[in-house]
Design a protein around this ligand. Structure first.
Ligand code: FES
Length: 175
């Protein structure tokens, strides 16, 4: 008779806390090394991005706490950073984040039409995720691509001089 192997709970399940993986810590350490040891908190934005990428594109409260602990900084400060910048998401997101700039240059060059086309095509409003989990639509501040307005960022890729046809081609090319 064979016995079922005992299931081993992950450290997170045991402690109720997110434990940053060795790979995540190693990547954060590369950023920490760019600053004097007494200013390792300066790596907080990179650390949040790395933890977010590792967690499917979003950060739980436990992730914020883990980053705070790793960088020896107050959890409230990490939370302030994570809630200020639109590149961090604090709830689960779709496979592709579609971030549309609606700041002044893009607004003057048609970001309203871009948003209208996307909400219509995806069937969701800004801040929502499609039912199939493919897309999260976000309205963001200036992406620094004003010269190519109207612009949006999908994942790590910038797309500029958007038209409905270009948007459709971009979305069609994604899984
Ligand atoms: S205003 Fe849209 S990229 Fe700058």
């Amino acid at each position: 008779m064979t016995s079922k192997p005992e299931e081993v709970a992950s450290p997170e399940v045991v402690t109720g806390k997110v434990v940053l993986s060795p790979a995540v810590c190693a990547e954060i350490d590369l950023w920490v090394a760019k600053y004097p040891p007494e200013h390792k908190q300066s790596a907080v934005m990179a650390a949040l991005r790395i933890a977010q990428d590792d967690n499917g594109g979003w950060l739980s409260a436990a992730h914020l706490d883990a980053v705070a602990e790793y960088l020896s900084m107050p959890a409230t400060t990490v939370s302030e950073v994570a809630t200020f910048y639109s590149m961090y998401d604090l709830a689960p997101v779709g496979r592709h984040k579609v971030c549309v700039c609606t700041n002044i240059s893009c607004m003057l060059r048609g970001s309203d039409e871009v948003m209208a086309h996307l909400t219509n095509r995806l069937g969701i409003e800004a801040g929502e995720t499609t039912a199939d989990g493919r897309f999260t639509l976000k309205e963001v501040e200036c992406l620094g691509a004003c010269v190519g307005a109207p612009a949006m960022q999908v994942g790590r890729t910038y797309h500029e001089r958007l038209t409905p046809e270009r948007i459709d081609r971009i979305l069609d090319s994604l899984e």
